[in-house]
Design a protein around this ligand. Structure first.
Ligand SMILES: CNC(=O)c1cccc(C)c1Nc1nc(N2CCN(c3ccccc3Cl)CC2)nc(N2CSC[C@H]2C(=O)NC)n1
Ligand code: NI
Length: 187
């Protein structure tokens, strides 16, 4: 199974490369990889397993973070509503593409963290608040899904990894906490 030792850290060249699209039909290898990426996120969010395996919590993971320059991301966003325990997003996305986005922007009030960045980089990462992503799922079906707020931030962070972009590339160097008008700050 995937653990932190499999995740490359900033400085590794693959994190700055553009990942290659995956071919269809999906290979067993690419399907298995997606499943293992989701399993990692599940383990990372399980207090017992995360401690056992020394995993940092994450809600998204991109194949380049495993030194695999393929356009594959896994997203597991847990529900925060005890009434509805189902995850908000539980998906492996092959060749994801942001096909449209809102003018309105948003950012996480606490800034962004990344499993490939072993340091705190303070500052707002301002991104479109709503996006539409076209992708192929593990069953080989073409999908189009809309995301907003926290989910949209996570998807964009992971798609950035496929294009060699790190979250702190978006932080305003003059004033990391500068806010443009109408940016939604997500707490
Ligand atoms: C510097 N300040 C901060 O990091 C930061 C600080 C405070 C709050 C937030 C909200 C911050 N920001 C931030 N927190 C997260 N998590 C919160 C903890 N959680 C988690 C942890 C353990 C079990 C289950 C879970 Cl659910 C996992 C997810 N995740 C991301 N990102 C950026 S988009 C991709 C996503 C990612 O998965 N990163 C590894 N950012
Ligand atoms: Ni990351």
């Amino acid at each position: 199974m995937i653990t932190m030792k499999d995740i490359i850290r900033e400085g590794h060249p693959i994190l700055r490369e553009t990942a290659q699209p995956v071919a269809f039909p999906l290979s067993e290898e690419d399907i298995t990889l997606g499943q293992k990426m989701l399993e990692f996120l599940e383990n990372s969010q399980d207090p017992v397993k995360a401690e056992e395996l020394a995993l940092r919590g994450g809600v998204g993971l991109a194949a380049p973070q495993l030194a695999i320059p393929k356009r594959i991301i896994a997203v597991l966003i847990p529900s925060n509503d005890p009434e509805k325990p189902e995850p908000v997003v539980r998906e492996v996305l092959y060749n994801p593409k942001i096909v449209s986005h809102s003018v309105q922007e948003a950012c996480l009030g606490d800034g962004e963290g990344c499993l490939s960045v072993d340091r705190d980089v303070p500052g707002y990462v301002i991104r479109p608040a709503r996006i539409t992503v076209a992708y192929t799922n593990a069953a080989g079906e073409s999908k189009k899904m809309r995301f907003k707020n926290y989910s949209a931030i996570v998807l964009q962070h992971e798609v950035d990894h496929l294009n060699g972009i790190m979250f702190y590339d978006h932080i305003n160097t003059d004033n990391p906490f500068a806010l443009r008008p109408d940016v939604l700050v997500i707490e």
